[in-house]
Design a binder for this molecule. Structure first.
Ligand code: ATP
Length: 361
């Protein structure tokens, strides 16, 4: 196990252009499960490769247990990696795939056998040890790839989109398998995904990245409840948060087809006549009668699309020029082209600066 620290770490490929990663600052706890999440190209893989030593950081420092490892080569960093492509050796049995790195380390045969069998038991693949990778399902191959990482008993696990080749059901299953595995082994883990549901369900802390820069680091609920800007607000949570443009007039913030009465502390962050973005999550909206009053937020519009998902119904409507989504409980009686009024409670309103898009509190 290890405390991994990245101090103002940057990476620039070549001499020109923007940094692929810039000013990355993070100190893990010992044995923590950190998820890096963000859209394609935001620098997740580059960050992982720098931690692994496969790519040199061009700025800052990387420390394992307070020791600078920036110039320690990958093979001496005591890290195990699991990738999207399982990269198993096709001509070797599962057993030999798992034993390979230990043989290279020249561990004695009995010790290798013990470690492989232990890992196989944890991952429930003992019955597959004699098979070749081609005779395994995708999920089984991914378990073997995990097994190959576990047997090395590394200080740090790096997992880069390890589940993206699996179908939806298997992904959910393997997600909880990896979380259970982590609870058992307690090895400091970095896990990359672009799937925010995976991030929310797996991460003890989540690092949200965009354009090479950290946007926010926090526990899943912190990111959901208190996003620092519209990017994080829109990225964390499905369906995404709705944003409506509105202007402060006295104690209210009103826009086309919508009106809000935020708590005083939030209202105080906005000047009279100032326009802001109001953020409301789809799951915090509920239908109300157009003429009833008293709620902190109300919006009205014409229903454009209805998606019944069984337990909930997604209703997409047009409020002024803005398309918004409401997630309603159960089966909705709403129909396309209905005029619908929705309301939400005061604690669920978010306000963002119009230009810089950062949270106003
Ligand atoms: P994805 O989710 O698509 O894998 P990512 O968040 O992992 O994306 P990176 O692969 O780290 O992003 O890429 C970050 C940026 O660095 C991108 O703009 C990418 O084009 C660039 N980049 C990555 N590898 C190299 C390289 N070897 N040479 C030059 N530029 C690179």
């Amino acid at each position: 196990m290890a405390i991994v620290e990245l101090k103002s770490v940057s990476k620039r490929y070549g001499d020109k252009g923007a940094n692929a990663v810039e000013g990355f600052d993070l100190r893990t706890l010992d044995g923590e499960f950190i998820v890096l999440v963000g859209p394609s190209g935001c620098g997740k893989t580059t960050t992982m490769r720098m931690i692994a030593g496969l790519e040199l950081n061009t700025g800052g420092e990387i420390l394992f247990d307070d020791e600078d490892v920036s110039s320690v080569p990958a093979k001496h960093r005591d890290i195990a990696m699991v990738f999207q492509s399982y990269a198993l050796y096709p001509h070797m049995s599962v057993y030999d795939n798992m034993a390979f790195s230990l043989k290279l380390k020249k561990l004695d045969k009995a010790k290798i056998r013990q470690r492989v069998l232990e890992a196989a038991k944890i991952l429930d693949i003992e019955h597959l040890l004699d098979r070749k990778p081609r005779a395994l399902s995708g999920g089984q191959r991914q378990r073997v790839a995990l097994g190959r990482a576990i047997v090395r008993e590394p200080r740090v696990f790096l997992m880069d989109e390890p589940l993206s080749n699996l179908d939806a059901r298997l992904r959910v299953e393997m997600r909880s398998e990896i979380v259970k595995l982590h609870r058992r082994l307690k090895v400091t883990t970095f896990y990359v995904t672009h799937d925010q549901v995976e991030a929310m369900t797996m991460g003890e802390r989540i690092v949200v990245m965009r354009d090479g820069k950290i946007q926010q680091i926090g526990k899943p609920n912190e990111l959901y409840d208190s996003p620092v800007n519209m990017f994080v607000a829109g990225f964390i949570g499905t369906p995404s948060m709705n944003f409506l443009k509105a202007t402060r007039r006295g104690a209210r913030i009103d826009g086309e087809g919508c009106g809000f009465a935020p708590a005083q502390a939030l209202l105080d962050q906005v000047d009279e006549g100032e326009a802001v973005w109001v953020g409301v999550r789809p799951e915090h909206l509920r239908p109300t009668r157009a003429e009833s009053g008293g709620s902190a937020g109300r919006l009205s519009g014409r229903v454009e699309v209805i998606e019944p998902l069984g337990a909930v119904t997604l209703v997409h409507l047009r409020v002024g020029e803005t398309r918004i989504t409401a997630q309603l409980e159960g089966r909705s009686q709403v129909e396309v082209d209905d005029e619908l009024t929705l309301e939400c409670d005061v604690e669920y309103l978010h306000l963002f600066d119009l230009e810089r898009e950062h949270s106003l509190g």
